[in-house]
Design a protein around this ligand. Structure first.
Ligand SMILES: Nc1nc2c(CCNCC3CCCC3)c3[nH]c(NCCc4ccccc4)nc3cc2c(=O)[nH]1
Ligand SMILES: [Zn+2]
Length: 371
């Protein structure tokens, strides 16, 4: 027998607010030439044509539908033309599912020593041997074509944080001019796409102008750039309270560089569909395991005789066949297997989180869980 209890007015308001909070979350499927992407999706980072310490088939078993490649690293070594000659990045790294490559500007600013930003593009010296390179909307788009990317990112300038309104405005306008050139240079083919990246820092009128400029170019999807650059979660969420709504509702929305589980959950609630972050792989190699009990720093001496798995119900090889004591030891003595098992577990954890989020959205349930 179904009993309908009438909530007192103020409780109804709280429940409505909660549902209101989740109403922007959406679950969907992106169809590409290299397969489907179930969203909300977490995309593991494979900077130099490999997800570090993982075989591609192992990445696949974690449930990842798509991984990231890095234009900046691959153009320096082994070179985009060489990868193209060898059959493209999919063949080169034996990954047949979708690949997204960043356009390289962000990495130039964070990795190369000497660089100069001009209207034409970014001139920089390779951090490997100091030789001179130029990345422009045209060259970045061509490099991503040579790599064979399923999803190509427009060449943008990631506005640093903090920036004054004027700095953010001129940076956003440069990104809009570069987006136009990127779009023009894109060789559009069925099942492949190019995403524009909006900038504008924390200024809502600049975010709106950036979105309008890029919507005119009719990209297959849109990324929100210029976040997770030190502004903190509160300010990031403040921008995400309105920025996703400036973008076409029927196209994928990608929040670049995010993030920790709590960041991902908050961003999904605000309408984001795609994420990438080095955290599960980088922190895994560094001895940090994400678990339902929180982050476990496996190097802590309290684990040296802990004969239990990271998570008793996790199906990854680290949890099925090994103990925290063994992982503690491997990471301590810097054994390669330590990096492999910790990475595998973290990628599995992030994919399980995304799977649960997709299920909760599909069932119209709240998903404020952080575990
Ligand atoms: N084009 C572009 N890329 C951005 C990126 C790179 C996203 N990962 C790319 C992959 C492709 C290959 C490498 C990475 C960002 N990453 C972050 N934050 C990362 C913060 C972070 C740093 C270290 C550890 C954890 C989090 N903000 C970003 C903003 C932009 C942006 O505006 N434009
Ligand atoms: Zn595990």
């Amino acid at each position: 027998e179904v009993s309908i209890t009438k909530f007192p007015a103020d409780e109804r308001k709280i429940i409505a607010k909660a549902h209101d909070k989740y109403k922007k979350a959406r679950a969907g499927i992106i169809n590409t030439r290299h397969g489907q992407i179930h969203t909300p999706a977490f995309m593991p980072v494979g900077t130099k044509g490999t997800v570090k310490a993982m075989l591609p088939e192992s990445v696949q078993t974690t449930g990842a539908d798509i991984i990231l490649g890095n234009t900046y690293h691959l153009m320096l070594q082994p070179g985009a033309k060489r990868v193209f000659k060898l059959g493209g990045l999919h063949k080169f790294m034996n990954w047949s599912k979708p690949l997204l490559t960043d356009s390289g500007g962000f990495q130039v600013m964070s990795l190369s020593k000497l660089r100069k930003i001009t209207e034409e593009g970014v001139i920089f010296n390779s951090h490997i041997d100091g030789s001179k390179f130029m990345l422009s909307p045209e060259s970045s788009t061509e490099i991503q074509y040579l790599l064979g990317s399923t999803i190509t990112m427009a060449f943008d300038e990631c506005t640093p944080y903090p920036s004054t309104y004027e700095q953010a405005k001129s940076s956003m306008e440069l990104t809009s001019r570069w987006a136009k050139r990127s779009r023009k240079a894109f060789y559009s083919r069925d099942g492949y796409g190019q995403f524009g990246i909006i900038q504008g820092s924390i200024y809502n009128d600049l975010r709106l102008k950036s979105a309008l400029d890029l919507i005119e170019l009719d990209f297959e999807g849109y990324a929100i750039g210029g976040l997770a650059v030190g502004e903190g979660q509160e300010l990031m969420f403040k921008v995400l309270d309105y920025a996703p709504d400036l973008l076409p509702i029927n196209k994928p929305r990608y929040l670049m560089g995010v993030g920790k589980p709590a960041d991902i959950i908050g961003a999904v609630q605000r309408g984001i569909d795609m994420f990438d972050c080095v955290i599960p792989t980088r922190s895994g190699r560094n001895g940090q395991a994400f678990t339902k009990y929180g982050v476990v720093n496996i190097r802590n001496s309290k684990y040296k005789e802990d004969n239990t798995p990271l998570e008793e119900d996790c199906l990854c090889p680290a949890c099925k066949n090994y103990t925290k004591a063994y992982l503690h030891y491997l990471v301590k003595v810097k054994e390669i297997l330590g990096a492999m098992l910790m990475t595998w577990h973290n990628l599995m954890y992030f994919q399980k989180l995304m799977l649960r989020i997709r299920e909760y959205i599909a069932q119209g349930k709240d998903f404020d869980f952080i575990s």
